[in-house]
Write a protein that binds this ligand. Structure first.
Ligand SMILES: [Fe+2]
Length: 202
């Protein structure tokens, strides 16, 4: 099992403070977490010292990276993602739980997608809403409103993501074929990028 820099070193006090505050929100439920969490993290990253020892892994041209910033065993997690230019993350969903991100650098487009079942494990998608996040701004995935979403980074971007649990599996929709000018996708379980030596969710 590999150990990343961030899991070896204790998180800095500013990171620990906001992590614990986010945990207190989660104790009050997913709705409170997704409503009150984003402004909490937006404020936290403006504080002196927040980024001390907090780094993202450089993203290669064809894949994003997801460095763990902090996450106690079995608890929520903050990950620092880096997105290469012109990268699209397929439509996917996270087991009915909410999550949110605060953009640190670049631009990130988060699109809510509506699926229509058109066959046996065959779906088409419509984009029902898109959020363009600028640095310092947040975007949320709230399963009460919509669950399936896709991410696009027009330029190299870095963002902090908060998940209520560190579950790196999700359901993704993979492009299967085109029929009558319509793109058809199939649903598959996939991993939100598994580290080479196994999940670093210890
Ligand atoms: Fe997601």
């Amino acid at each position: 099992m590999s150990h990343t820099r961030s899991s070896r070193e204790a998180p800095n006090p500013a990171v620990r403070a906001v992590y614990d505050e986010l945990g207190a929100l989660l104790d009050r439920g997913d709705d409170v977490f997704v409503e009150e969490g984003p402004p909490l993290l937006e404020d936290a990253i403006e504080r002196d010292g927040f980024f001390e020892g907090v780094t993202s892994d450089s993203a290669p041209p064809d894949e994003y990276t997801r460095e763990k910033v902090i996450g106690d065993p079995g608890e929520h997690v903050i990950r620092f993602m880096e997105w290469p230019p012109e990268y699209t993350l397929m439509p996917h969903e996270h087991h009915g739980r909410p999550c949110f991100e605060v953009l640190v650098e670049g631009h990130l487009v988060l699109s809510d997608m509506k699926q229509t079942r058109v066959g046996d494990n065959e779906f088409t998608f419509d984009v029902i809403d898109s959020t363009v996040a600028q640095p310092g701004e947040s975007a949320v995935v709230d399963p009460r409103k919509n669950e399936i979403h896709a991410v696009y980074s027009p330029v190299r971007s870095r963002s902090l993501h908060v998940y209520p649990e560190d579950d790196w599996r999700a359901y993704g929709y993979v492009h299967k074929k085109e029929e009558n000018n319509t793109d058809i996708y199939e649903r598959r379980e996939f991993q939100l990028r598994e580290p080479e030596n196994g999940p670093d969710n210890q």
